[in-house]
Design a protein around this ligand. Structure first.
Ligand SMILES: *[C@@H]1O[C@H](CO)[C@@H](O)[C@H](O)[C@H]1NC(C)=O
Ligand SMILES: *[C@@H]1O[C@H](CO)[C@@H](O)[C@H](O)[C@H]1NC(C)=O
Ligand SMILES: *[C@@H]1O[C@H](CO)[C@@H](O)[C@H](O)[C@H]1NC(C)=O
Ligand SMILES: *[C@@H]1O[C@H](CO)[C@@H](O)[C@H](O)[C@H]1NC(C)=O
Ligand SMILES: *[C@@H]1O[C@H](CO)[C@@H](O)[C@H](O)[C@H]1NC(C)=O
Ligand SMILES: *[C@@H]1O[C@H](CO)[C@@H](O)[C@H](O)[C@H]1NC(C)=O
Ligand SMILES: *[C@@H]1O[C@H](CO)[C@@H](O)[C@H](O)[C@H]1NC(C)=O
Ligand SMILES: *[C@@H]1O[C@H](CO)[C@@H](O)[C@H](O)[C@H]1NC(C)=O
Ligand SMILES: *[C@@H]1O[C@H](CO)[C@@H](O)[C@H](O)[C@H]1NC(C)=O
Ligand SMILES: *[C@@H]1O[C@H](CO)[C@@H](O)[C@H](O)[C@H]1NC(C)=O
Ligand SMILES: *[C@@H]1O[C@H](CO)[C@@H](O)[C@H](O)[C@H]1NC(C)=O
Ligand SMILES: *[C@@H]1O[C@H](CO)[C@@H](O)[C@H](O)[C@H]1NC(C)=O
Length: 669
């Protein structure tokens, strides 16, 4: 009996447990299903009605789907069910921003960025709970509505990349919480209203690329309320600000400052030395002259395109944190001061297009061994290339062209490990990492782009985010003599090699075929002799070749892609013959001395493999860049800014591949 009693109890427990589970389960389901509030759902449907959505990205927004909190881009408060977030970033949407949004009384996050909206509705000032408002990358024109000033809880305001004109509204005094303002890439005019000075939490102000005018001194004065102590990043680049630099040290928290591309003149004030937080200073492309004092923890200085007309000051050497020093085209003269040897953190040193003299100091190789980019192009340096440069294991871009450098090309160049690696674009992104395009505070940070002019294939190209892809040596237009060192052939990652206009002699090294990534090779106007090595045919990625004006002789190897280059690539070599130049005397049939019986088979399949290889190459490169965009959220915000650059890159890559393919196919005919 006892056993039976136990049994009974046990059953009772089971039933009870089951009921309890079912009840709680049911409750849970019920709570989930009623989250969406009917009025807000109607408002969203009404909002959708006024939109034209290409590709129907808002497919989940239907009257059938009850739970609007699960609709794409919609976020609800877990406890109240109110819609608090609307994220319609890049939905390919156009049409009218309907006032039904006002029904969403608890909306605090609104992101309509990267769509095609045209008009900022006035009612936006009545969405009083908003903390985050991103309308960037649309086609908004006209005024910034002054009603915005009523959004007293707003933290982030991003209207960048539109076509807004008019003045910055003065109604901002009522926005105490505001931390970030981004109006980059519009057509805003006038000055910066005084009302901004009262935004005591303002950390970032980005007005890059507008038409703002007036005296910088007044701008700074207008900002110097409590905002002057909170501001960490100020980007006023590419506007029309005038007059001399004022005392900027009153902006006591400032970390990044760009005044590039304005009409500023006069000296850099000594007070900049007092800005102990400053890490990035870009005053390039102004009319500043004379110079600087001892900056503190600066990591990047850009003074490009200013007429400084002076020697490089010794005091720069005290900047031991400096990672990027750009003094291109600043009329500098004299020698590179030894004090710079203490700037051991340098990754990018660009002293190109100046009148610097003396030798290339050996300590550059010994002390500055974190350099990724060394640009000494177009100066008056003489002497040898110091062999210590070979210690630059991270060097990717070496440009010593247009100087008066003599002696041999050092044979230790194979020690430049970064160039010896066939690294994928992914692995190279870290160089772009020094670009500071990645924000230092949160999502809609200010962009300070690092870029570099590189001469590649005869064009001066500006490399921004694709800089990391480039591995290049340019020693052209110097007085280098001796032979091309064999060791150069170990630099397998090299994409561009320009040794033109020197006095190099000897033959073209046979090992050159090991430079498998080479896209562009210019050996013109030297005194190279001997035959073109047969192995050159293995350089399948070569799209530009110039051997002109040397002393090369013999027959251009045939049945290779070497025939697809213009005859001008070989001209000025009296002893050279064969396609695409005149026929060789002796009239031997143009058949490559090949040791293959199965040549025909290879010939048949090669184009296919070549084509497949190219597609793979393209996608590796493509995902190298896009992959990182997807991974990193803050990068995604940059997506639409990047797009134009990326499409350029894709176009370039595609064009290169088409040329290669055409050449390959032409050869097969
Ligand atoms: C379910 O919703 C009711 C109010 O609608 C609430 O009181 C209850 O705590 C919710 N239960 C759970 C498990 O969230
Ligand atoms: C709401 O719930 C989701 C998952 O159900 C969770 O990720 C999110 O953090 C919650 N939000 C809040 C404000 O609790
Ligand atoms: C903004 O606030 C002012 C008062 O400060 C008020 O007169 C105006 O109607 C408000 N505008 C909107 C769009 O709410
Ligand atoms: C300074 O602020 C005043 C008042 O807001 C404004 O009229 C003027 O245009 C501003 N000047 C500059 C140079 O920003
Ligand atoms: C060099 O700087 C000057 C101003 O100092 C500018 O006028 C010129 O256009 C710049 N040259 C290049 C090639 O950018
Ligand atoms: C480099 O720094 C060291 C120690 O900080 C100092 O002794 C030396 O004089 C500096 N070199 C130059 C050239 O300024
Ligand atoms: C090149 O690298 C090797 C091994 O890392 C080293 O022994 C040699 O000294 C280096 N040569 C130069 C000139 O730096
Ligand atoms: C280049 O160097 C040679 C000696 O090597 C010298 O005679 C000549 O004047 C230099 N040219 C320039 C422009 O410095
Ligand atoms: C090589 O350098 C010369 C002179 O600097 C330049 O004219 C030429 O365009 C460059 N060629 C390539 C392929 O970069
Ligand atoms: C190669 O360099 C020479 C001079 O350095 C230049 O004139 C020529 O245009 C370059 N070749 C190509 C194809 O860019
Ligand atoms: C080129 O090299 C040959 C020997 O290979 C030499 O006779 C000739 O003088 C050199 N020409 C120049 C201009 O250096
Ligand atoms: C070869 O170069 C010459 C002169 O630069 C040009 O006129 C000609 O069109 C080119 N030919 C081809 C096939 O590209």
């Amino acid at each position: 009996m006892r056993g039976g009693g136990l049994h009974f109890h046990f059953h009772l427990w089971l039933v009870f447990l089951f009921a309890l589970t079912a009840a709680s389960f049911g409750l849970g389901v019920e709570n989930q299903s009623v989250r969406c509030i009917a009025a807000e759902r109607r408002a969203l449907l009404d909002f959708k009605k006024r939109l034209t959505v290409v590709e129907n990205r808002l497919v989940s927004w239907t009257s059938e789907e009850e739970e609007c909190c699960n609709w794409i881009g919609v976020g609800c408060d877990n406890s109240t069910g109110h819609v608090v977030k609307l994220d319609l970033d890049a939905m390919f949407t156009t049409g009218e921003i309907g006032s039904s949004l006002l029904e969403l009384k608890h909306l605090s996050y609104l992101d309509l960025s990267s769509n095609h909206f045209h008009k900022i509705p006035d009612f936006i000032g009545s969405l009083s709970e908003l903390t985050y408002l991103d309308l960037s990358g649309n086609s908004f024109t006209g005024f910034i509505p002054h009603q915005l000033g009523n959004l007293s809880r707003l933290l982030c305001l991003d209207f960048s990349r539109n076509s807004l004109s008019s003045f910055i509204p003065i109604s901002f005094d009522n926005m105490p919480a505001l931390q970030r303002i981004n109006f980059e890439g519009n057509n805003l005019e006038g000055g910066i209203p005084k009302s901004l000075r009262n935004i005591c939490n303002l950390k970032e102000l980005n007005l890059n690329d507008n038409k703002l005018s007036g005296s910088l001194g007044v701008v700074i004065k207008n900002l110097s309320g409590c905002a002057k102590d909170s501001l960490e990043a100020l980007n006023l680049a590419r506007n029309r600000l005038t007059e001399a630099l004022p005392d900027l040290s009153i902006l006591s928290s400032l970390r990044k400052l760009s005044l590039s591309g304005n009409q500023l003149e006069g000296p850099l004030p000594v007070s900049i030395g007092k800005m102990s937080q400053l890490v990035l200073l870009d005053v390039s492309s102004n009319s500043l002259h004379d110079c600087w004092n001892k900056y503190m923890i600066l990591t990047a200085i850009n003074l490009e395109n200013n007429d400084l007309s002076r020697i490089i000051p010794n005091s720069l050497g005290s900047l031991q944190t400096l990672e990027s020093l750009r003094l291109r085209n600043t009329s500098l003269y004299g020698e590179i001061p030894q004090s710079l040897e203490n700037s051991t953190a340098l990754k990018l040193l660009d002293l190109g297009d100046n009148k610097l003299t003396g030798i290339i100091p050996p300590w550059i190789g010994e002390r500055l061994n974190g350099l990724n980019v060394l640009h000494l192009r177009s100066n008056e340096f003489h002497g040898n290339i110091p062999s210590t440069l070979c210690r630059q294991q991270l060097l990717q871009v070496l440009d010593l062209s247009l100087n008066n450098i003599s002696g041999d090309i050092p044979s230790c160049l194979n020690n430049l490990t970064a160039m010896a690696h066939l690294g994928s674009s992914m692995a190279l992104i870290p160089l772009v990492g020094i670009t500071y395009t990645v924000d230092f505070i949160g999502a809609i940070g200010i962009n300070f782009h690092e870029h570099l002019l590189v001469v590649w294939k005869g064009f001066e190209r500006e490399y921004g985010n694709t800089l990391g892809l480039l591995k290049s040596i340019d020693l052209s237009c110097n007085k280098l003599s001796g032979k091309i060192p064999r060791e150069l052939a170990s630099l397998q990652g090299l994409i561009n090699l320009n040794l033109s206009r020197n006095m190099l002699r000897g033959s073209i090294i046979r090992e050159i075929s090991q430079l498998k990534s080479l896209d562009s090779l210019n050996l013109s106007t030297n005194n190279l002799s001997g035959e073109i090595p047969e192995s050159m045919s293995e350089l399948s990625f070569l799209s530009m070749l110039d051997f002109s004006n040397n002393n090369l002789s013999g027959k251009i190897p045939s049945s290779t892609q070497l025939q697809s280059f213009n005859a001008t690539s070989y001209s000025g070599n009296p002893g050279l013959c064969g396609e695409p130049l005149r026929k060789c005397p002796g009239g031997e049939p143009p058949k490559m001395p090949n040791n293959g019986g199965n040549e025909g088979d290879e010939g048949l399949f090669e184009p296919l493999w070549f084509f497949i290889g190219m597609i793979i190459e393209f996608f590796i490169g493509f995902w190298g860049i896009f992959g990182s965009l997807m991974i990193n959220r803050s990068w995604r915000y940059k997506y639409f800014q990047l797009v134009s650059k990326l499409t350029d890159w894709i176009k370039l890559t595609m064009a290169l591949m088409m040329v290669k393919l055409q050449r390959k196919l032409r050869l097969k005919e």
